[in-house]
Design a binder for this molecule. Structure first.
Ligand code: UD1
Ligand code: CA
Length: 441
């Protein structure tokens, strides 16, 4: 936290190139909206955070309020003051310095931003009222070009305003700036919209600073982290980079992964202990996995796994808690608490609570939904549930009970009892031969 720093995040843009009715900054990367990441990183640096909105402002604000309190939202006067310069007009940051971030740069990290925000105690710093992020590229297509004369930044020219000579410049404006707040507030009224897009450009503040004999400090940043997301193509590429970061952290912490490129882990998932993730595993939401083995192509969403193994091809849906449990292939678990349970194959266990030592046979289904409401299935300790059982909830099976294979259980079963509900088998001797002989005639 830097006590002299305020932050403004620009998120008013529509995001036309996303070709979507959802505002750009609400598109998700690793399970969270792009703007979520900008705010999360900003909060590590400052407690005075302003977010500028315009397009679908209410939706963007309410989406962020699910995660963050104490953020100030501003609606840009987009009709009169369009553009990145217009976006910061009318905001009064309370601290001495203000960092301006873009809501469509979900890969920036607080640690890296410190290069722009931390105090510079050199002599020449006195005259510096603006620090800007710069990219050295092979081709700066799509970016504003940074004009450097005699080693000093003098101007930023937007691509649409560039001459053919200026288009060849490969030093690009990464779009993140740290201003002296007083300089920013005094200079904004001097911006004009006399340019190709008839917008108020924040980038023109560079020229205004130079005209007042102030120097600009350029900080060269890594392209990968400062990439703006403007299209679905950019979003997909950003997510690959983000996924690699998430997985690298877990690998370094001692988690085993087979073919990590095929594994998808959302931001917010916790993994610890001796955990193995096989190829194709998907871990979503706020799942917490400890000392467990997740086999090929299994999905875990918003659930807790402890000392358990699941899959291949198991699906653990939200609000499940599995401890010391074995879940085999094609088993779906939802909102259930399983402790010391074995469910080896092909089952649906929803809204249930199953206790230690219980074996759930293949094809077992908790019939939890009556078309209107969901009901609970409670199964005690050391219960043996034969294959192809339907447990029509609400229903309770007490400890040490047995259910015969193929049963439909509609009544509670007491401890020690066997429940069986199937029609008695009838066998007709020689029927096969009689039947096919008749058909041929
Ligand atoms: C901007 C810079 C460009 C830089 C590039 C880096 C300007 C004029 N240009 O261009 O020099 O190379 O970023 O990625 O600043 N926004 C608003 N209100 C507006 C317009 C934009 O809040 O009226 C927000 C957008 O939501 C976005 C950010 O500002 O988060 C940047 O806007 P965008 O239109 O993407 O700017 P670029 O054309 O990429
Ligand atoms: Ca952009």
């Amino acid at each position: 936290m830097q006590s002299n720093l305020s932050i403004i995040i620009l998120a008013a843009g529509k995001g036309t190139r996303m070709k979507s009715s959802i505002p750009k900054v609400l598109h998700k990367m690793s399970g969270k909206e792009m703007l979520y990441y900008s705010i999360e990183e900003a909060k590590k640096l400052s407690n005075d955070i302003h977010v500028v909105l315009y397009h679908q402002a209410e939706l963007v604000q309410s989406s962020m309020e699910k995660y963050f309190q104490d953020i100030q939202y501003h609606i840009q006067d987009h009709e009169k003051y369009p553009g990145t310069g217009g976006a910061v007009m009318g905001i009064t940051p309370k601290n001495e310095k203000v960092l301006v971030l873009n809501g469509d740069m979900p890969l920036i990290e607080a640690e890296e931003l410190k290069q722009l925000t931390q105090d510079d105690n050199t002599h020449q710093a006195q005259n510096q009222k603006l620090t800007m992020s710069v990219l050295n590229l092979d081709c700066a297509d799509g970016y504003g070009r940074v004009i450097i004369e005699k080693g000093k930044v003098t101007k930023i020219i937007e691509q649409k305003d560039c001459s053919s000579y200026e288009l060849d410049i490969v030093t690009a404006n990464a779009g993140i700036y740290c201003f002296d707040t007083k300089f920013l507030l005094e200079s904004l009224p001097k911006l004009s919209n006399d340019n190709a897009q008839s917008e108020y450009y924040i980038t023109d503040l560079v020229e205004i600073a130079v005209d007042s004999d102030l120097s600009i400090k350029p900080v060269v940043v890594k392209e990968e982290n400062f990439k703006g997301v403007n299209s679905k193509f950019d979003l997909a590429n950003a997510e690959v980079i983000h996924q690699n970061r998430i997985k690298t952290n877990f690998l370094k912490a001692g988690i085993t992964m087979k073919l990590p490129d095929t594994i998808y882990i959302e931001h917010g998932v916790l993994i610890e202990g001796e955990t193995i993730l096989e190829n194709g595993v998907t871990l979503l939401g706020n799942s917490k996995i400890s000392n467990s083995i997740i086999k090929t192509n299994s999905i875990v969403e918003d659930s807790i796994l402890e000392n358990s193994d699941i899959g291949p091809m198991a699906r653990i849906r939200p609000l499940s808690i599995l401890k010391d449990t074995h879940i085999g292939n094609f088993v779906e678990v939802k909102k259930s608490k399983l402790t010391g349970v074995k469910a080896g194959h092909l089952a649906y266990l929803g809204d249930s609570c199953i206790d230690e030592g219980t074996n759930v046979g293949a094809g077992t289904i908790t019939c939890n939904y009556d078309g209107i409401n969901k009901h609970k299935t409670i199964i005690g300790k050391n219960v043996f549930i034969g294959s192809d059982t339907q447990l029509v909830a609400p229903v309770t099976i007490e400890d040490n009970a047995m259910i015969a294979a193929g049963s439909t259980i509609t009544n509670d079963v007491k401890s020690g009892d066997l429940a069986l509900s199937r029609t008695k088998q009838k066998t007709i001797a020689g029927f096969f031969h009689k039947f096919f002989k008749q058909s041929k005639n």
